[in-house]
Design a protein around this ligand. Sequence first.
Ligand code: GLU
Length: 294
Amino acid sequence: MTAEHSSDNEIYRQHLPEKKRIVVKVGSSSLLHSQTQRLDYHRIDRLAGELSDLKNAGKDVILVSSGAAAAGREALGLSSDVYRAEIGMNIKQACAAVGQARLIQIYQKFFSEYNQTCAQVLMTKNTVANPSSRENLQNTMEELLRLGVIPIVNENDSVAVNEFIVGDNDNLSAMVASVTHADLLILLSDVEGLFTDDPRKNPHASFIECVPHLDDTFLRMGKKSTGSFAGTGGMDTKLHAARIATASGCDMVICTTARGMGIIRDVATGKNVGTLFVACPDANFRLDDYIRQL
Ligand code: GLU
């Protein structure tokens, strides 16, 4: 797959610098120190710096950030072990409420150092499933971007109820990309991208640079678990996100922040990093129907 599509990959990547509206999703694992599961301020600062640069380069930038539950856990002094043992809905939602406020405070601080204004937008699955709230979301986002603001989106974890939870920010960010008609979605993760099989279990798994058309062969490569404690999205959710994004006409790249937040610039300037899923607009794709079955 890599060799066969390598020239296509180069051609598709050449178009990435032209993208105007970019959604960047950052997972909890990219915001935390892996040893302690505590917030990594240096990384959050670098993330704000990279996004501010994209903004200054004339892009519309939307950040979808996880990390509320982790920040809340840290603020409340709950160790990851205790948190894991007490993983009831109430404590999770309480942590998210505390942590979301803290997370936004930290983003505000760093973004203001780069002379940017950011905003908090919290949503649930219902926000997208319901036509009038979806339109409200779309209008608000459009207005924020027109005003030059960087919206920071998360699921409204502290009030979301089971049947309406998206649960992972991979799908949430793809919904945001779809609703805002973004043309590039970057999923920052602790994985390099898509492999033919789980590389932690199968040493022969090979890396896929480009998915020109997301069909069942690729969808079957999704794995249910990341193996990481911090986040909830595995490759499976990333492939669902790819389906939403590409069918909505948005390119998507999965890449890792293991070597730093500079990867955002690498993707946006067309470097061959991560896995690129090429937009394939599908007139029959209905976002509200698709998310109901997630
Ligand atoms: N919304 C969750 C949080 O902020 C994260 C969901 C995810 O890990 O994708 O903690």
